[in-house]
Write a protein that binds this ligand. Structure first.
Ligand code: TXA
Ligand code: MG
Length: 308
């Protein structure tokens, strides 16, 4: 875990424009001072991420969120009351004080209050909002442990705060509140149905390759190095089979939890582990339809995209 001394050091580095990786409840983030364009530039360099991909800004409260936007609709008040701190990112009209580099030139910014004590303590200690994408190299799997971060980013990050494995396990739900109808840009473990129970109808916008796909939602995100296929294991080669309902013979048979929260919590860690085993393929039993599985379906589809 993280000592008070380490937290102070991390906050100091962030205020000085350096990069600190920190745990959130979803995945580890690669953080920089969101109000310092040069510091934010270091995130893009460390990740090898194109400048066209906007970053999420992490805040400790609605109060801090409101300092970064020009409009705070009633829907944001209602959603923040229900889901913050938590894995829901709200896209809102940004103030000029938020550097264009954070938002890839868009006039909106993605904001969330992470539900992780270390993330919240870090934002408070630093006293600034933290821009943080997932702490992986561009197109690779997101990290859910500090070891994943160190393996992916090595020396390009100044400090990694170790908070153990992430509880949620896949990235936050992203919802845009800037247009007329709220738009679901990226599904996650806060489901469309849960959001609709608070603010009414939401339009799906984040479908793979869809016309309204969120900027930066490249279809090849979230890929393991080992080819991943949705469906039964292949006959040839050494492969893994991730099943939740019906096991099938494979070199590595991996029983996944049959509930969506349990499945999401272990998905990336399982893929990171299998990726280190030199297998020919990773096959995955398709997961159920239904909104509670939408975030997981989306990540699996993207992981499989290159070859399916
Ligand atoms: O759970 C998470 O969201 C993690 C943790 C670290 O908070 N972060 C994360 O960041 O997944 P990243 O950079 O890997 O994904 C951010 C995504 C972008 O790819 C984009 O789709 C969306 O959030 N996004 C951010 N700002 C946006 C904006 N202004 N308009 C539309 N989409 C935006
Ligand atoms: Mg990412």
């Amino acid at each position: 875990m993280v000592s008070a001394e380490e937290l102070r050091r991390a906050a100091e580095l962030l205020r000085a424009g350096r990069l600190v990786a920190f745990p959130t409840e979803t995945v580890y983030g690669l953080g920089a001072n969101a109000l310092d364009a040069e510091a934010v530039g270091r995130i893009f360099t460390a990740k090898g991420r194109p400048a066209t991909s906007p970053l999420i800004v992490h805040v400790d409260s609605v109060q801090m969120a409101r300092t970064l936007v020009t409009e705070w609709p009633d829907s944001a008040t209602a959603l923040a009351a229900r889901f913050w701190p938590g894995p829901l990112t709200l896209v809102l009209r940004k103030k000029a004080s938020v550097p264009d580099r954070v938002t890839a030139g868009l006039d909106s910014v993605g904001l969330r209050v992470p539900a992780h004590p270390i993330a919240l303590a870090l934002i408070r200690e630093a006293g600034i909002p933290l821009a943080a994408p997932s702490a992986n190299r561009f197109t690779e799997l997101s990290p859910t442990t500090a070891d994943h971060v160190r393996a992916a980013l090595g020396d390009s990050v100044d400090l990694v705060l170790d908070g153990g494995p992430c509880r949620v396990g896949i990235e936050s739900t992203v919802l845009s509140l800037v247009g007329g109808v709220p738009l679901l840009l990226r599904p996650g473990m806060v489901t469309q149905a849960q959001i609709e129970s608070v603010i009414g109808p939401v339009a799906p916008g984040g479908e793979l390759g869809g016309a309204h796909a969120s900027p930066g939602m490249h279809p090849q995100h979230y890929q393991p190095r080992t080819p991943l296929v949705l469906g039964p294991p292949k006959a040839e080669g050494r492969g893994a089979y991730l099943w939740w309902k019906e096991p099938k013979a494979a070199t590595r048979m991996v029983a996944m939890p049959s509930d969506p929260s349990g499945y999401a919590a272990v998905l990336y860690n399982t893929l990171h582990q299998l990726d280190s085993e030199g297998l020919d393929f990773i096959s995955v039993e398709p997961v159920p339809e239904g909104v509670e599985w939408a975030g997981i379906r989306d990540r699996l589809k993207r992981a499989a995209h290159a070859i399916s």
